[in-house]
Design a protein around this ligand. Sequence first.
Ligand code: NAP
Ligand code: FE
Length: 367
Amino acid sequence: MKDFQYFMPTQIIFGKEVIKNNSSLFKEYGSKAMIVTGKNSAKKNGSLDDILEVLNINGIDYCIFDEIEENPSLETVEKGANLGKKEKIDFIIAIGGGSPLDAAKAINILVANEDATIEDLYILKAMKLLPAIAVATTAGTGSETTPYAILTNHQKKTKVNIVHKVFFDVAFLDPKYMMNMPLSITINTALDALSHLVEGYLTVKANLFSDTWAEKGLKLFAECIDDLKKENFTYELREKLILISTIAGVVIAQTGTSLPHGMGYHLTYFHNIAHGRANALLMKAYLEIYPNKERVDNILTCLGFKNLEELGKFIDDLLGEKEKVTKEEINAYAEDMVTNDLKLKNHPGKVTKKEFYIMYEKSLNVQ
Ligand code: NAP
Ligand code: FE
C-alpha cells in the first residue's frame, strides 16, 4: 500500500437555509467581518442578503469588498487587502464562485500578516490567518474545500496558485443560490468539478482516501448526466452538483490537479475560455495519452460510459462549437507545458512537447 496523508479541516454545512439556521456560529469569529464577493451575483441570488441578515442578528459590524473579477488578479487582491487592513477586520466571509473564494484566501494572508506583500504569496514561510467562512455559489471549483488560490498574474501572463495552503473554517452549501444560474456557467462549472474528479483520480498523489471520494463523486455525476443533457436544472440536480463540486474539492486538496488544468490556463488567459470549459475541452485528449488504462476504465465505469468515445461525445455536445486557435499559439502553449514542473510532477510518466501539441490540436479548432 502506498504512503499518503489526508487533511481536510473545513466544517461543511449543507442543506436548506444553512446560513440562517446556523446564525449563532458567526458570533465565534469576532465583531467585524469583511465580505469578499464578485460584482453582481451575490446581490441577485440572495446569498449576500442572507449573510447581512445573520450579521445584523448577531450585532457584527462589516465592510464589503465586491470588486472580485473572474480569474481574480493580484492587483484586485491587493486592493481588497488594503480595505481589510484599514477596517481592522476580525474575519472574512467569502461569497461566490471560485474567483471570490480564491481571492479571499490571498486577501486573508495579506490582512493577517501586516507587512506581507503580494510577492510573499509566492514565498513559502509561516503565515498567520484570520478565521474565514465560505458561501459557495457555483458548483464547480470546490474552492470551499481546497487550500488553493489561483490568481492571475498579468506580468507573467498566466494564472498561478499561491504557495500557502489556506482552508476555510466553514463552508456553507445551499443549492438555492444556484437556481437562476445561466446555462453556460452551470455547464462550465459542472465540467470543472468533473475534471477535478478525473484529474484527482489520475495524479501520482491519488490514494485510498482520495480515490474513495473521487469514485463517489463520479457516481454522483453519472446521476446528473441525463439532466445536464436535457438542461433540466431542478433543485435536486443543483443539490447533487454542489455536493459533487465539494467532494471534488476534497479530492484535489489531497491530490492536486494535472495536465488539463495546467494546459487550460493558457486557453483562459489568451482566449478568455472559462476555466471549466477549458479543462473539459482537453479532457478526452488527456485521457487518451494517460498511461494507466485500467484507471481510465474505472472512471468510465463510475460515469456509466462504455468507452472514451461516449464520454467525448457527452462533453462535445455540452460544449458546442470549439474555439479557434492557430498552430503558432498551440505550439507556444505546448512549449510552455513541457517546462511546467508543477503539473508534470503530478502526471505519471513523461509527456513530450509533441504530445502536448497533439492534445491541444485535438481539443480545439486549429486554423
Ligand atoms: P467565478 O469566476 O467565480 O464566477 C463566474 C461567473 O459566475 C461570474 O460572472 C459570477 O458573477 C457568476 N456567478 C457566481 N455565482 C452565481 C450564481 N449563483 N448565479 C449566477 N451567477 C453566478 O466562476 P468559478 O468557475 O466558480 O471560478 C473560477 C475560478 O476558480 C478560476 O479563477 C479558477 O482558476 C479558480 N479555481 C480554483 C480552484 C481551487 O481549488 N481554489 C479550483 C478550480 C478553479 P459575479 O462575478 O458577479 O459574482
Ligand atoms: Fe478547476
